[in-house]
Design a protein around this ligand. Structure first.
Ligand SMILES: Cc1cc2nc3c(=O)[nH]c(=O)nc-3n(C[C@H](O)[C@H](O)[C@H](O)COP(=O)(O)O)c2cc1C
Length: 186
C-alpha cells in the first residue's frame, strides 16, 4: 500500500478480528511511527502497550464510570452520555491492543510530536491490515498518577494519544471531508 492509498483509505476502525496484534508487528509499527518529525529533535515520547484483554475490559468499565461520575469535568463527553451508560458500550471496542502515547512535558512540542507519531502509527498499521481508533475517552484515566505509576510512566510525561488497535474485521469506506477553508492564499 503506498502512502497516498493509506491516507485515502484510513478510517477509525471499531471492529476487530480475534487475531492478536503480534509483538514483532507492533514493534515494527512503533519504530516506523517514531520517524515522525520532532520539535528540536527531542523525541519526547514513551509508550504503554496494553494487550491483556481482562485489563483492557476492566479499564473500559473504569473509564465509563469515571466519565459519568465527573461529567462536569468533561464537557466534550456530555454528548456521549447515553453510550457511556450502555452496558454494551466498550470504550476500546473490544480491541486486543491499546497503545498509549505519553509526551515528555520537558519538550514544549510534546503534544505535536506525539500526535504526529499517532498519525504515523495509524497509517503504517494499514499496511498490515491493522485498524486503529484514537480513543479520547481514555483521557479520563490514563493520565491518573495511579495508572501511570502502575505502568512505569516517568514523572513529567503527559498522556497525548490512546489508540485501540486490532486486525480489521469490518472495514469502513473512505471518508469524505469538508472542503478545506483557506483564510488567505496570496
Ligand atoms: C482526538 C480524537 C479523539 C477521539 N476520540 C474517540 C473516542 O473516544 N472514541 C471513538 O470511538 N472515536 C474517537 N475518535 C475517532 C473520531 O470519532 C474519528 O476520527 C472521526 O469520527 C472521523 O472518522 P475517521 O477517523 O473514520 O475518518 C477520536 C479522534 C480523535 C482525533
Amino acid at each position: 500500500m503506498d502512502i497516498i492509498q493509506a491516507i485515502e483509505t484510513r478510517r477509525s476502525i471499531r471492529s476487530y478480528t480475534e487475531r492478536p496484534v503480534e509483538k514483532t508487528v507492533l514493534q515494527k509499527l512503533i519504530r516506523l511511527a517514531v520517524k515522525a518529525p520532532t520539535g528540536s529533535g527531542m523525541e519526547p515520547w514513551g509508550f504503554v502497550v496494553l494487550q491483556d484483554v481482562e485489563e483492557i475490559n476492566a479499564l473500559s468499565e473504569r473509564i465509563k464510570q469515571n466519565v459519568l461520575e465527573h461529567l462536569e469535568d468533561y464537557p466534550q463527553f456530555a454528548q456521549y452520555e447515553s453510550w457511556l451508560r450502555s452496558e454494551r458500550y466498550h470504550i476500546f471496542n473490544h480491541a486486543g491492543t491499546v497503545v498509549v502515547i505519553y509526551g515528555d512535558t520537558a519538550s514544549p512540542w510534546h503534544v505535536y510530536d506525539c500526535s504526529l507519531v499517532a498519525g504515523n502509527l495509524m497509517l503504517a498499521a494499514a499496511e498490515e491490515g491493522i485498524g486503529c481508533c484514537w480513543i479520547g475517552f481514555a483521557e479520563a484515566l490514563f493520565n491518573d498518577a495511579e495508572f501511570k505509576a502502575a505502568h512505569h510512566v516517568p514523572d513529567g510525561f503527559h498522556l497525548v494519544s490512546t489508540l485501540s488497535m486490532g486486525y480489521t474485521k469490518v472495514p469502513v469506506p473512505p471518508c469524505s471531508r469538508k472542503e478545506p477553508v483557506f483564510f488567505s492564499w496570496k
